[in-house]
Write a protein of this length. Structure first.
Length: 259
């Protein structure tokens, strides 16, 4: 049985926390791992939740999925994209960051034969989810999909690369049917680009397999105030509005209206 924290039934402080950088290094092409000291965030994060970091003097905080936790620290994996992430690359051990979190909801933790899929830097919440399911001895298999071999990767059961630098060459769609069959998948959890999540959701739906997707929209406030991250969700025959930052980022795949 899950505890109250797992069910998000107790409130914990979201900060801001002024937290020390323990490590910041490039682990794969243009992808960095940032380890930050914060017992509060480490102890209260669920896989799928995110933190928002103040980057330099930029007004809008930047959101990143929690990629793993230890007792007193947590990890992020970030891909360098623009001003904020470029600034993050300059953080040194001992620098102080301004962070709020953990925010949003997390993946469901269930005793089902789960297939966890991370594409590109979408592997971040999946890495964390793998740790949590392993610690609870719950059954899962994992897929990591990348353009090129993801160095410093965890051991994924299936490591797919477009350029063939890992054992499986090609795209997720080349292997999904075979993997679902051989792992007798009962539920799929995925984080990655929207087209990949849409494809997996629709394919899984055709097999009556449930999915949960961790969406990465463009955020402004990141706290549910501005509607900047609003999407449409299917509830029966009706369409409802939902905010990725507040109601997500994890949604049932079959409820998402893909754009
Ligand atoms: C829930 C969630 C989890 C995520 N997890 C990860 C992760 O684990 N790893 C990862 O690499 N990425 C993750 N991302 C994506 C990450 O947040 C973006 O790549 C990051 O914010 C890029 O910041 P940037 O400043 O480098 O890029 P920029 O392109 O400069 O800015 C990124 C965003 O900031 C906002 N913004 C910037 N300037 C303006 C402006 N002038 N006016 C209005 N809005 C503006 C916009 O929303 C824009 O899309 C996640 C996103 C979400 C929503
Ligand atoms: S980013 Fe403002 S409501 Fe989600």
């Amino acid at each position: 049985m899950q505890n109250l924290k797992d069910q998000n039934l107790i409130r914990v402080s979201k900060g801001p926390f002024f937290a020390k950088v323990l490590e910041n290094r490039e682990i794969s092409d243009n992808i960095y791992k940032l380890r930050i000291e914060s017992e509060e965030i480490a102890q209260n994060s669920l896989p799928g939740q995110f933190v928002s970091i103040k980057c330099a003097d930029l007004t809008l905080r930047r959101p990143f999925s929690v990629a793993g936790v230890r007792e007193n620290s947590f990890d992020l994996l970030y891909k360098v994209k623009g001003t904020g992430t470029e600034w993050l690359t300059n953080l040194k051990t001992g620098d102080i960051t301004d962070i709020i979190g953990p925010m949003g909801n997390g993946f469901s933790i269930e005793n089902k034969k789960s297939l966890l899929i991370g594409c590109g830097v979408g592997i971040a919440p999946i890495d964390f989810f793998m740790d949590v399911l392993s610690a609870k001895s719950l059954p899962y298999k994992s897929i990591g999909c990348f353009r090129s071999k993801y160095k410093n990767a965890k051991e994924y059961d299936y490591h797919i690369t477009e350029d063939g630098t890992s054992a499986l060459k090609g795209k997720l769609s080349d292997y999904l049917e075979q993997i679902i069959t051989e792992t007798a998948t009962e539920k799929i959890f995925i984080c990655g680009p929207n087209p990949a999540m849409q494809y997996v959701t629709e394919y899984a739906l055709s097999l009556n397999i449930e999915t949960e997707v961790a969406l990465e929209g463009d955020f402004a406030c990141g706290t549910g105030v501005c509607m900047g991250c609003a999407i449409k969700i299917k509830k029966g025959n009706a369409l409802e509005s939902a905010k990725i930052c507040k109601d997500g980022p994890v949604f049932k795949g079959e409820e998402v209206v893909w754009r």
